[in-house]
Design a protein around this ligand. Structure first.
Ligand SMILES: Cc1cc2nc3c(=O)[nH]c(=O)nc-3n(C[C@H](O)[C@H](O)[C@H](O)COP(=O)(O)OP(=O)(O)OC[C@H]3O[C@@H](n4cnc5c(N)ncnc54)[C@H](O)[C@@H]3O)c2cc1C
Length: 386
């Protein structure tokens, strides 16, 4: 049953996708966003915040009717993923091995958010509250009541907290989280290259942390360099030209010339909410979980949260909201935990300098490369087509 009144706090990629899918079903949406997006322009320099989107995430954006609104010149399809450690065999994932044309797409977060907002602005059942924050949340058995910083009050059957890693809604409800700091930061470096658009993303494991390359549309790419907070701070203080020389010295295998366009450091923190809902309030995306970006799964997990909740609201409309949220938590929490834990084990093993683990790591990469169907299953799982 549609025609619900739903409040969504946070209009990032996860909140905006939720708004779009629910509004299309006829629900009335109240979207609260504290810092609205400045619409990107097609010839803007590439933004530092980019994500790898799985086939499943693309399908959801298609379902929302926005995938084709992303300019072609801002999306890069990739066919291959390679990973290695110095002295080990390369582990190569290729879409050809599983009969798919592509493994996924890399695009700027702000463009995904922008096309969703563009579409939402056309819908008469979506109401916007921009430059506004939630001051108070109260709920009873029938509804949730919200007071906004502009003194307005809203009532709804359900509130979706999509307000990111430092979720004010989660904090307001005192929903506990387990969290730890990876004691690593990553430097995102946007480059322009002298080679045609690439279709392979790679990741090299080092004891100081991984380094990755994500191809972007046209002659553009994103280098992701994980290191200690001190080292990232020092790299950030270099001029673009000095940083280029440092990259060339540290990554001699780069087989193209490039110029550094922009850079920015990000801390890495793992968080997982112990409860995904309370009464009629539910957490989605980074508000519920943040994961090491190593495998590019963060927003893909957030989109799976959205898909799960929208399906439950549609298929189980005879159930009460708290019962639906209980089912949502039952489905999504173990799945997100499994991916988080898998990434953490992988990350810890990849960084260990113990001789035994180094040997096992290298053997693993070689064995995994030979593993045929197991490797293909991993690939399908990451693409969301298992
Ligand atoms: C370095 C790095 C690389 C990454 N790479 C990938 C990748 O390759 N693939 C991938 O899938 N994921 C990746 N991720 C993760 C991905 O970026 C996040 O999972 C995703 O952005 C989360 O989206 P979200 O909508 O849940 O949260 P956010 O993007 O944080 O959006 C939250 C929104 O809520 C708004 N907001 C916040 N507080 C309030 C408030 N109190 N009231 C109202 N509005 C509020 C914010 O302004 C924002 O618009 C990466 C993350 C990092 C740090």
């Amino acid at each position: 049953m549609a025609n619900r009144e739903i409040i969504i706090v946070g209009g990032g990629m996860v909140g905006a996708l939720s708004a779009s899918l629910l509004a299309k079903q006829g629900d009335t949406i109240h979207l609260i966003e504290k810092s609205p997006l400045v619409m990107p322009q097609i010839d803007d320099q590439f933004d530092l915040r980019v994500s790898a989107f799985s086939a499943q995430s693309k399908a959801l954006l298609e379902q929302a009717g926005v995938w084709d609104m992303i300019p072609e010149s801002r999306v890069c399809a990739y066919k291959g993923l390679q990973t290695w450690e110095a002295g080990s065999q390369k582990l190569i994932f290729s879409s050809d091995d599983i009969g798919e044309a592509l493994l996924g797409y890399i695009a700027e977060n702000r463009w995904i958010q922008a096309v969703l907002w563009q579409q939402l602005k056309q819908l008469s059942n979506v109401h916007f509250y921009e430059n506004v924050e939630v001051l108070n949340i109260e709920q009873n058995e029938q509804q949730v009541n919200v007071t906004l910083s502009n003194q307005k009050t809203l009532q709804a059957e359900l509130l979706l907290a999509c307000d990111g890693a430092n979720s004010a809604v989660r904090n307001h409800l005192q929903l506990p989280v387990t969290s730890w700091d990876y004691r690593q930061h990553c430097l995102l470096i946007n480059i322009t290259t002298d080679c045609p658009q690439q279709s392979i993303t790679w990741q090299e494991f080092r004891e100081t942390g991984p380094c990755a390359f994500l191809p972007l549309a046209g002659h553009n790419g994103s280098l992701v360099w994980y290191h200690s907070p001190q080292k990232i701070k020092q790299l950030q203080s270099l001029t673009n030209q000095q940083l280029k020389q440092t990259i060339l010295a540290e990554f001699p295998h780069l087989d193209f010339d490039f110029e550094v366009q922009s850079k920015g450091g990000f801390p890495l923190t793992r968080r997982h909410a112990k409860h995904y809902y309370q009464g009629r309030v539910v957490l989605l995306g980074d508000a519920a979980h943040t994961i090491n970006p190593l495998a590019g799964q963060g927003v893909n997990l957030g989109f799976k949260d959205v898909q799960c909740l929208v399906e439950l609201l549609t298929l189980c409309s005879d159930l009460s909201i708290p019962e639906i949220l209980k089912r949502y938590q039952r489905q999504r929490q173990p799945a997100n935990l499994l991916m988080q834990t898998g990434m953490d084990v992988f990350y810890k093993v990849s960084k260990s300098d113990s001789t035994a683990l180094r040997f096992l790591r290298k053997s693993f990469l070689g064995l995994a490369q030979q593993s045929g169907e197991i490797k293909n299953r991993v690939m399908r799982y990451a693409m969301g087509i298992n």
